[in-house]
Ligand binder design. Structure first.
Ligand SMILES: Nc1nc2c(ncn2[C@@H]2O[C@H](COP(=O)(O)OP(=O)(O)OP(=O)(O)O)[C@@H](O)[C@H]2O)c(=O)[nH]1
Ligand SMILES: [Mg+2]
Length: 287
């Protein structure tokens, strides 16, 4: 296993789609006839066992297993861009729990420092599970509307679990721009994952950011920290995959398996454009 510091750090809260992204990229760069900005450039010394196992699950329509805290893997892919330059890209497959802990405890353990020191960052936010702020004021209004006096309204103890997605994510980004991790300007590819669950709202990725993650939108647009960023919507599966541990069998997954080519499951949304080129964000980051 290659354990050098990664070229691209993939970050995201638990179950944001990090492992699925790696699985789909690995499938896509090697699928014969697929059209991608980055292509597979032959085997290097890398150990592809982990990536192969992920891509196999992805093709079979099985959910990826939760990445274990002790199971950190750095995977490398030897790729080639459209001008023929070869680039060996390495990424960590990190458990989202590490990011949750980093946010809750405001601590960074040593092993994570190296993993997060890349100039190029991919940040995944699962569009299907965005947790919205439950403003206290709103709760008071609801209680009042229901005729409950404020002193009897239920007081919910603060817990990290209840924090909105965008609050955690903004703090993670600020973390990457401060202290030991402050390495100057960085590039950020922001991916709203599980796009198949979001597209029904009729919003494009920038609108999702504006409407569903206004704090994050404001943080990035204010340019207080030196991020050069872009946003995409990403459906790396095309729909829900089956949970093997629960013996699930879903019609939607069966339909995805029936598509001519597995790559037909993938949708990458760039503004109003839709393609199946899952390497686009990576190509932009490395450019
Ligand atoms: N509908 C849909 N669900 C997706 C998509 N991509 C990922 N998911 C689901 O999102 C969940 C999390 O995916 P993972 O790739 O395991 O996420 P992760 O960030 O690696 O999670 P941890 O390892 O636990 O941190 C799984 O239930 C996936 O099936 C997608 O394109 N569409
Ligand atoms: Mg994972």
């Amino acid at each position: 296993m290659n354990n050098r510091d990664p070229d691209v750090s993939i970050i995201g809260l638990p179950e944001s789609g990090k492992t699925t992204l790696l699985a789909a990229i690995w499938h896509m760069v090697r699928e014969p006839g697929s059209i991608t900005a980055l292509k597979f450039n032959g085997l290097s010394q890398g150990n592809y066992e982990h990536l192969n196992a992920l891509a196999k699950r992805w093709r079979a329509g099985k959910k990826q297993q939760r990445t274990q805290t002790d199971g950190l893997k750095v995977v490398s892919m030897n790729l080639r861009n459209s001008t023929g330059d070869s680039l060996e890209v390495s990424f960590p497959d990190m458990p989202g729990e590490d990011f949750s802990r980093m946010w809750e405890k405001r601590e960074l353990d040593q092993s994570m420092c190296g993993m997060l020191s890349a100039d190029a960052i991919v940040l995944l936010i699962n569009g299907d599970t965005i947790k919205f702020p439950a403003w206290i004021v709103e709760q008071m209004e609801v209680a009042k509307g229901a005729g409950i006096p404020p002193e009897q309204a239920e007081v919910v103890e603060w817990s990290a679990e209840l924090a909105p997605t965008q609050v955690k994510v903004v703090e993670l980004l600020q973390f990457l721009m401060s202290g030991t991790l402050s390495i100057g300007p960085r590039r950020l590819a922001l991916l709203i994952s599980a796009w198949d669950q979001v597209e029904g709202d009729g919003l494009d990725p920038a609108e999702v950011l504006e409407v569903k993650l206004p704090l994050l939108n404001q943080y990035l647009r204010s340019a207080r920290d030196p991020w050069t960023w872009r946003i995409w919507g990403l459906s790396a599966q095309g729909g829900e995959y089956e949970d093997q541990d629960k013996g699930e069998q879903l019609e939607v997954t069966a339909a995805l398996r029936d598509l001519d080519r597995p790559s037909d499951r993938i949708k990458v949304i760039d503004g109003k454009n839709v393609s199946s080129d899952i390497t686009q964000p990576l190509n932009w980051l490395m450019g």
